[in-house]
Design a protein around this ligand. Structure first.
Ligand code: ATR
Length: 289
């Protein structure tokens, strides 16, 4: 602890606007309790034009690290003095650690999504065909990590196809290094059924529900896995639609698992300790935390 830090305990926050709905405080409190780490985790509501000033005040008061949520993930990227490779790929930061007077920017969203698919749902991505719907911030945050799972291909489709193309353009070298086929198209050019279908759009927030136009051929293969990056009721329409295609062996996941797993990655970055995230997720789903 530096002399400028008057707090006896390490402070962490989720910084955003709004942040009142965030479940990150309860998740990190559960991790801290489980691992015996002494820390305090809170919400930090930042004025829309005052993110940098809020972070400065936070550090002066003993802040050690933060999660970043809407709408500051890109501003956080700009403010970070150093970045992890996955944050550079994403072009956005969801986790920061204050190191020797400057912010390190990381992005744990993709690792969280992949951990939920591969570990929690026990569905390795290797050689699978992945469809990523959406090309906004949520999809940009996860594409690099999906590629690390070495699926056979990732197809990115978006309402405006040019944004999907721009997103894959920044990931072409990364995909080639990992032997992954990458393609981009509009929403009506989905192609054959995929083993993994991920909804990274905000369609449900506007009440639009399923982001893809109706079509006769299935989008998700029988027995496949679908993930909506939103959690709770916002994910219901998409997952109902996907369940009807996947049938009995299908696996439907809302974004709560991703949320807990990205938090676990952040906790590891800050504390060097890996919490038992699966247990925290099970408790959250059972309403025990
Ligand atoms: P986020 O940070 O949540 O990703 P964003 O960057 O605004 O937010 O991106 C929202 C994504 O949801 C985009 O891919 C958007 O498609 P466009 O790029 O064409 O705007 C997608 N989206 C939002 N509403 C949608 C809808 N009703 N149907 C299909 N896609 C939608």
């Amino acid at each position: 602890m530096t002399a400028a830090n008057p707090s006896p305990i390490d402070l962490y926050v989720v910084a955003g606007n709004p942040v009142g709905h965030s479940r990150s405080p309860e998740i990190h409190a559960a991790f801290a309790k489980q691992t015996g780490q002494s820390l305090h985790y809170d919400r930090l509501l930042c004025p829309l034009d005052g993110f940098e000033a809020s972070l400065r005040a936070f550090v002066a008061g003993g802040g050690r690290g933060c999660n970043i949520t809407v709408p500051f993930k890109f501003e956080a990227f700009r403010l970070a003095a150093r970045h992890t490779p996955r944050a550079l790929l994403a072009g956005a930061v969801n986790t920061m650690r204050f190191d020797e007077g400057a912010w390190l920017g990381d992005n744990t969203d993709g690792a969280g999504l992949v951990a939920d698919i591969e570990r929690n749902a026990n569905r390795p991505l290797r050689d699978r065909r992945v469809l990523l719907i959406g090309a906004g911030g949520a999809s940009a945050g996860v594409l690099g990590s999906l590629i690390v799972g070495r699926p056979a291909e990732v197809r990115v489709v978006n309402r405006s196809a040019d944004k999907a193309i721009a997103l894959i353009d920044t990931h072409r070298d990364w995909a080639a290094q990992h032997g992954v086929r990458l393609s981009a198209a509009g929403l009506d050019e989905v192609g054959d059924a995929h083993d993994v279908v991920i909804n990274g759009t905000s369609a449900s927030l506007s009440g639009a529900g399923v982001p893809l136009p109706p079509r006769d051929a299935p989008v998700l293969a029988r027995g496949g896995i679908a993930v909506d990056m939103m959690y709770g009721p916002a994910a219901a329409a998409f997952l109902d639609w996907a369940r009807a295609q996947a049938g009995d062996g299908g696996e439907m996941r809302d974004g709560l698992g991703m949320l807990v797993e990205q938090a676990a990655e952040a906790f590891f970055l800050w504390r060097g300790v890996r919490p038992d995230s699966a247990r925290v997720l099970a408790n959250l789903r059972a309403g025990r935390e």
